[in-house]
Design a protein around this ligand. Structure first.
Ligand code: SF4
Length: 473
């Protein structure tokens, strides 16, 4: 009898022993469980990284991290002990083990991981999803007809190397000077609430950042409580990778109690309050993460859902994806909801996979999980939004260009007559293309970027017209 392509077996979660890391060898269980201890002991620079690993890692590894920070990184280092402890979880880390580790690959990038021929796609850009262009008020992206994204703050308890919001989130790196919000936090949040009160067509608010796990809880509770007073808001989703990166935050008494108050109000009003987290590798799902998720469900949130990102070397095999989905679904009560293709930000080509590979992955994971827990693999197409990877209109596999359409206008296209008939492009990583396609890009990269700038200027003009129309209305 032939075996199934994927062999399911239930795997017990394990919290790796942090005492195997020299820098945390003396940490007590009480300290480890303390969110403040976790925050104070985060690794933010090379000196602190050495302090954790010491001689376990070679000088070449530290030099590799340092060169990456200097020459490629779009995000600065920020790694809570909890997250570091999930790298090379079962053994004392070695340089080889760290280089091969899936969590290390995206949370602690090294220069030698990055692609050399095309570190960035010619069409890559900061704010590759053009969220700031679609701000209805500062930090409130109105891209879909009935949904908004509220970026409450520009920081997180951990920084991911591939962050889509690298334009805004985190500290500047030698390569990227971050944009700053101009309004004061209180005024910005007031402006968001004001916009939602006068825009009853919006029923769904993604409360994000950054990561809401970095917001003083009383401020988050106050903002969500104000959302709950708007009777047209029916779905509220709190976005926090910290549920995995710093589960101690979501297990703190004040946070659990406060979430209980919000969930009770939400339920009494028939509003769905959920948590969306961001886990990319099965080994990140530890007992502490499962406890944090259960604590939120027990507090009364409707769901805890995962939105992962497909990253080469991290989770782009069938086995890696299904292992992760089963760890989430079976052991932590987290619904495997979406996996996104990595966005076209600078220096991300070594992480990205082509749409064709994403389609294969979607096919390969069907039928193993319950239907409601089978994640959709989606491409976030610039100026369009999320599309299931099989929804493309046309696909030039030689040049790696997929063409997509949409069925609604984003906030900047209300006066654009062609928005619904136009085709929008997404680009596969060039090193994944056949040699003829790579040769085409070597020849045309310059003119392609120029024409993209013309298109971007056209979109900016549409944005200005839309803004003018709003002012006039
Ligand atoms: S947690 Fe989210 S917003 Fe924060 S760095 Fe990671 S991907 Fe970016």
């Amino acid at each position: 009898m032939s075996e199934q392509p994927y062999g399911y077996r239930r795997r017990e979660l394990v919290e790796p022993d942090w005492r195997r890391l020299p820098g945390f060898a003396g940490a007590t269980a009480q300290e480890w469980a303390d969110p403040q201890w976790q925050r104070v002991n985060c690794v933010k620079n090379l000196r602190q990284l050495r302090g954790v690993y010491g001689d376990l890692l070679s000088e070449s590894f530290y030099a590799d991290v340092e060169r990456d920070q200097q020459e490629r990184a779009t995000m600065s280092l920020l790694l809570p002990p909890q997250m570091l402890n999930t790298m090379v979880p079962g053994e004392v880390p070695t340089t080889e083990g760290m280089l091969a580790d899936p969590v290390r690959r995206y949370m602690l990038p090294v220069f030698t991981d990055r692609a050399t021929d095309w570190p960035s796609h010619p069409h890559s850009s900061r704010d590759s999803l053009h969220e700031a262009e679609m701000w209805a008020v500062e930090g409130l992206t109105h891209r879909y007809p009935t949904k908004v994204l509220a970026e409450l703050l520009p920081t997180c308890p951990q920084y991911c190397g591939h962050c889509t919001r690298m334009d805004l989130v985190g500290n500047s790196t030698p390569q990227v000077t971050k944009h700053k919000f101009e309004l004061k936090p209180v005024s910005r949040l007031d402006a968001m609430i004001d916009y939602l009160r006068r825009t009853p067509g919006v029923r769904d608010v993604v409360v994000s950042g950054g990561d809401v796990g970095n917001m003083p809880f009383k401020n988050l509770e106050s903002f969500v409580a104000r959302l709950l007073e708007i009777d047209t808001v029916r779905d509220i989703r709190l976005a926090t990778k910290a549920l995995m990166g710093l589960p101690q935050h979501w297990l703190a008494d004040d946070v659990v109690e406060g979430m209980g108050r919000l969930a009770t109000t939400a339920r009494s009003q028939g509003v769905s309050l959920a948590i969306h987290t961001h886990v990319n590798a099965a080994q990140s799902v530890t007992p502490a993460v499962a406890r944090a998720s259960r604590a939120m469900l027990d507090a009364g949130v409707r769901d805890v859902r995962n939105q992962g990102v497909l990253l080469r070397g991290v989770n782009t095999t069938t086995e890696q994806l299904l292992d992760l989905c089963f760890a989430l679904q079976d052991e932590a009560g987290i619904l495997p909801y979406y996996f996104y293709l990595c966005d076209m930000i600078p220096n991300a080509e070594h992480w990205r996979i082509p749409v064709s590979r994403a389609q294969e992955l979607q096919h390969s994971i069907m039928g193993y999980l319950p239907g409601f827990a089978t994640p959709r693999i989606v491409c976030d197409v610039p100026y369009v939004g999320k599309r299931w990877v099989h929804q493309l209109e046309e696909y030039d596999r030689e040049r790696g260009i997929s063409y997509w359409t949409k069925n609604y206008r984003t906030g900047i296209e209300m006066t654009d007559p062609d928005a619904l008939s136009r085709r929008y492009e997404y680009y596969d990583p060039i090193q994944s293309l056949p040699e003829s396609g790579q040769a085409w890009w070597r020849e045309h990269a310059g003119t392609e970027v120029e024409s993209a700038m013309v298109r971007a200027n056209g979109a900016a003009r549409a944005s200005q017209q839309a803004a003018a129309a709003l002012v006039g209305s």
